[in-house]
Design a protein around this ligand. Structure first.
Ligand SMILES: [Zn+2]
Length: 256
C-alpha cells in the first residue's frame, strides 16, 4: 500500500528548503540528478511502521493515528482494528517498554531539531532522542539485523546511519559545545523481535563528517541549481530521461 503524499506532523521541518538535511544529502550522493529534483516523499507502509514506533516513543501516538487513518482496517472482520503491520508496531512498542536497557536509551528530549553550518552550508537535523549532556540516540526499526547464519549485518554502513550520526554530533557540538556519544538503537520487525544498541566510535564519526564536508558544498549548489548535476546513469530517474538504448559488447557484462 502506498500513501501518495504523506505530510509528517512536523511538516515544516521537511518543507523547509533553506537547510540541507542528511536525507537530502544521501539522495544527492546516490544520484546528483535524481537527488536534485524536488520530488515529494512517497511514504510506504514499512516507513509508516517506523513512524508509528517513533510516535509512540515521542508520546504523540494518538495524533499519529488521527493523521494516518489508513493504518486502521476499513473492511472485513478486522474493520476498526489496526492493520497487521501496525499491530506488529504496537508489539515493538511493548517490547521496548519491557526491555530495560532499550527503554533507558529512549529517555531524553524527543525529535529535537538543531541547525548549524557545515562548510558554509546551512544544515538541519532532527534527533530522535537527545539526552542533554549524555548522548544522542537514534531509533531504527529494521526488517532484520542478522544474516541467515545469525551474524550481525553492518546495516549502519549500508544505510549511511554513521554519516547521519556524524552530522548530528557536529550540529549538537556547534549548538552546545559538547561532543556527545552517539548510539543507534535498533529493533526488528521480525516475529521474534531482536534488538541491539550500538555505539558509533568517534573515529568513524570523524571520518564520516570529513566525507560529508567534502561533498556538501557541491550537493548544496546542485540542489540550489547553481551547479550542474551529473546523473548516475543507472537509477530509474536517469533511465527514464534516456533518449536511446546503450550498445555494448558482451565483454562489458562479463567484467562486472
Ligand atoms: Zn541517476
Amino acid at each position: 500500500m502506498i500513501n501518495p503524499i504523506h505530510l509528517d506532523t512536523d511538516e515544516k521541518y521537511f518543507a523547509d528548503t533553506d537547510y540541507m538535511s542528511v536525507s537530502r544529502y544521501k539522495r544527492l550522493d546516490k544520484c546528483e540528478f535524481a537527488g536534485s529534483l524536488n520530488t515529494p516523499t512517497i511514504v510506504t507502509e514499512p516507513m509508516l511502521v517506523g513512524s508509528f514506533v517513533d510516535a509512540y516513543i515521542s508520546g504523540t501516538l494518538e495524533q499519529f493515528k488521527k493523521d494516518n487513518p489508513e493504518i486502521i482496517s476499513s473492511r472485513g472482520k478486522t474493520k476498526g482494528q489496526l492493520k497487521a503491520q501496525f499491530k506488529k508496531a504496537e508489539g515493538i512498542c511493548q517490547y521496548i517498554d519491557n526491555t530495560p536497557t532499550f527503554k533507558q536509551f529512549m529517555q531524553g528530549d524527543k525529535q529535537t531539531v538543531m541547525t548549524g553550518e557545515i562548510e558554509g552550508v546551512p544544515v538541519k537535523g532532527k534527533f530522535d532522542i537527545y539526552a542533554k549532556g549524555i548522548a544522542i540516540n537514534d531509533l531504527k526499526v529494521m526488517a532484520k539485523i542478522r544474516d541467515n547464519r545469525g551474524n550481525y549485518i553492518n546495516f549502519i554502513s549500508d544505510w549511511g546511519y554513521d554519516l547521519q550520526m556524524a552530522v548530528y554530533q557536529e550540529l549538537a557540538y556547534q549548538n552546545t559545545g559538547e561532543k556527545l556519544p552517539m548510539f543507534i538503537c535498533a529493533v526488528t520487525k521480525e516475529n521474534i523481535i531482536d534488538s541491539l544498541i550500538i555505539n558509533i566510535p568517534q573515529e568513524i564519526l570523524d571520518d564520516k563528517l570529513d566525507e560529508f564536508k567534502s561533498n556538501i558544498k557541491r550537493y548544496y549548489d546542485i540542489w540550489k541549481g547553481e551547479e550542474q548535476a551529473i546523473g548516475c546513469g543507472v537509477c530509474s530517474t536517469c533511465i527514464s530521461k534516456r533518449l536511446d538504448t546503450p550498445l555494448i559488447s558482451m565483454w562489458d557484462l562479463m567484467s562486472i
